[in-house]
Design a protein around this ligand. Sequence first.
Ligand SMILES: [Zn+2]
Length: 262
Amino acid sequence: MKIIDTHMHYGTDPTVASETCTPYLRAGDPDSVIRCLDEQGALMGMLFPHDRPVNPPVDNDYTQANNAVAEAVEKYPERIIGVCRINPMFGAEKTRAMIDHYARNYGFRGIKLVASYDHYRSSDVRVLAPVFEKAEEHNMTVLFHSGDNHRDMPSLQAQVAKAFPNVNIVLAHIGGHTGLWECIYACLEHSNIYVDMAQAWPYDIKIFIKEVGIDRITYGSDVPYQSTAVEQLKLHVIGLSEEDKEKVFWKNAARIWRLDVS
Ligand SMILES: [Zn+2]
């Protein structure tokens, strides 16, 4: 079966996580991404920077981290799908310029947002409009970190989905357990909202599929933090048919992220 990993961080930092399950995966080493894809039998993966500025803060606008992803995409364009980490608090002009740069020059397919780390509210259309206008222009998917923090909840992110119905939005981690039902209602109300199951509980994955259906969820591992073996195992033990597994492991991702997968 084909596999597309829709949630891969390009390494992390000891101040963010002192231990990870995939420690060899690190920024600046594109071969480590390929090793991670090969070890989990994946055809391709969506790659984006670590989630937050390291401590003490450096690279607050994620330029260095995004450039590292761009280098990896340049080296392995068939297998690494670029996703840029954007902090919209740097203003509309800079936000537009950054997204244009990575979309036009490196073919990036998505934008990753974490409202709590960058100190805004994920329903704030005024702050997020430049991101979503550019996402629509470049046909990019927007991946929100979802759950854990009041700024990152699915009910807020649904407001942006309503304002930009032509942009595909993925809520990571199915809302991080506490946001499970918010994710379910968000998906039922807005046809442009999807989820990835990275780090989600098997029980929550089952509930989501029962309530929303099989077409709105993708496989993601959340490397380097999590184990690809464990994340994949979840999808093998919850009673999915082979046809449904194909959808979660790659077919949904290809459609949602508008990838040409032959
Ligand atoms: Zn993640």
